[in-house]
Design a protein around this ligand. Structure first.
Ligand SMILES: [Zn+2]
Length: 347
């Protein structure tokens, strides 16, 4: 539906075709830090490994790419492998306008949207600082923050970004990777169980607010051969699987170690994180699950969606429904942090 509308518009307007190819070089900077914190530019990878891409500049000031509109600057960058990637450089808040809709429902209470805006701004700023020598700061997928450009902007989410202008979360006076996820199902995860991140605000807290989440419970049935193939692809040798079991769980109730045995008695031990990654994070929605093998089928009964670290988005929704404010939501999920402003942060 949208594709049709956009292409009609594109036919009506006359565009300047700006298919620009830039040679990629390490340290290539599309966006730079400005003295004024309000001018911070985010560089988002919006497309990768394409043979060629055509962008069109509209009279409305937006750049069109495959029927989608993007604010700011859109650069097509040639890579060493001959393919191209597309990087969208735009203001930090303009970027957040295109993120929030993908992360939360724009119909949620404003305080939940504001909490999400502050967490996403903090996360983006942290990524910008970490990626200065890289060609981009963030990707537009689940591995960073999902970003959809102008088509993803909604009235309520834009208001949430504007009402929290300049606000970031700090711990001991500095920004930190303010991770968040869809649904924790009872307890958020300690970041150090997943990554090399050992921070007091990311140690995990109880959450009794996300039970309304449609992602609270999930079940996945798969042929054992799917797991055998996934293990093989990742370098683990195993024959015909005879049993799969969660050996240990961590404090937040998530699978820590998983043992898979074959009919010759050989066994493989995996972390819950690897197990989820090997089978696909959208099929295995979290590492909070129990498993049973019935004949040739593995049944996984799980709760929650996402890595579980930091703010539980459906929990933020639940808290806002009880009248709690954005600062109370953030204090709950990131204990020991406070809301500060970008101008107080050393970038
Ligand atoms: Zn939760």
């Amino acid at each position: 539906m949208f594709e049709t509308k956009a292409s009609d518009k594109m036919k009506k307007a006359s565009f300047l075709i700006v298919t620009a190819l830039f040679l990629f070089a390490a340290g290539h900077t599309v966006g730079v830090f400005a003295d004024n914190a309000a001018d911070i530019v985010v560089r988002v990878l919006i497309m990768d490994d394409k043979d060629s891409v055509t962008t069109k500049k509209g009279r409305d000031g937006n750049t069109y790419l495959n029927g989608r509109r993007f604010r700011g600057k859109v650069d097509v960058v040639k890579k060493n492998n001959g393919k191209v990637m597309v990087i969208n450089s735009l203001g930090l808040d303009e970027y957040l306008y295109g993120v929030l809709y993908h992360e939360v429902s724009h119909r949620w209470p404003m305080e939940a949207l504001k909490a999400q805006a502050i967490a996403a701004r903090t996360f983006a700023l942290y990524q910008i600082r970490q990626s200065r020598s890289q060609p981009y700061d963030l990707r537009n997928d689940i591995y960073s923050q999902v970003y959809g450009g102008r088509e993803s902007e909604k009235w309520a989410t834009t208001i949430a970004v504007n009402r929290t202008k300049g606000q970031v979360l700090t711990y001991k006076g500095d920004i930190f990777p303010a991770y968040y996820h869809a649904t924790c199902a009872g307890h958020t995860e300690d970041a150090s169980n997943l990554w090399n991140v050992d921070l007091a605000p990311l140690k995990g807290v109880e959450c009794n607010f996300c039970s309304e989440s449609p992602h609270y419970r999930w079940t996945k049935n798969m042929p054992l051969s799917t797991l055998e193939d996934a293990l093989d692809k990742n370098g683990y040798k195993i024959g015909n699987i005879s049993s799969v079991a969660v050996l240990t769980k961590n404090r937040s109730g998530r699978a820590d170690k998983i043992e898979i045995k074959d009919d010759t008695g050989r066994s493989v031990i995996l972390t819950g994180k690897d197990f989820r990654q090997f089978l696909g994070p959208n099929d295995i929605r979290s590492t909070k699950f129990n498993m049973v093998v019935r004949g040739p089928v593995l049944t996984i009964d799980g709760v929650g969606w996402g890595h579980g670290v930091g703010m539980c988005q459906w929990g933020a929704y639940g808290m806002s429904r009880t009248g709690m404010k954005a600062d109370e939501i953030l204090e709950h999920y990131y204990p020991g942090t406070e809301i500060s402003t970008i101008d107080k942060i050393k970038l």
